[in-house]
Design a protein around this ligand. Sequence first.
Ligand code: COA
Length: 115
Amino acid sequence: METLSFRVVATDTNVSVMLVNDSGRCVAIADMDRTDQIDADNNDIWWLARLNVKPEYQRKGYGTILIDKLKENAKGLRIIVTPGGYNTPFEIQHDFYESCGFVDQEEGLMALDTQ
Ligand SMILES: CC(C)(COP(=O)(O)OP(=O)(O)OC[C@H]1O[C@@H](n2cnc3c(N)ncnc32)[C@H](O)[C@@H]1OP(=O)(O)O)[C@@H](O)C(=O)NCCC(=O)NCCS
């Protein structure tokens, strides 16, 4: 059975999480960058710049796990994302982010406040 492992790189301005298989192939990746903005509660706002799960690994919970890993490495801040783009329909991305706890904001943005 295939074993998957995480690679996490966290700096003051970026957090990247990769899910890698036995052969060293990246099967899913997520990364976010700190913006120079803060929200109304003075929390730093981070931008989810990339989230991609290889098609054959989709719908197995890995996207959710990557978001959870980002949250673990990013306490007390706001993560924002704009669903859309890639080849995945907007509704699927929106439902995915909603299932991860993101909430609709103005202008098509979704946001998640980490604890
Ligand atoms: C969107 C994406 C990251 C989801 O990753 P994933 O690993 O397949 O998602 P998960 O298995 O963790 O799904 C969690 C929930 O999201 C929703 N969801 C995910 N994919 C879905 C789909 N194709 N259709 C409907 N709902 C979906 C479901 O509610 C799902 O829960 P369930 O499987 O128990 O019903 C993945 O489809 C992807 O990489 N797509 C291409 C790139 C992309 O669109 N990235 C987002 C850029 S903003």
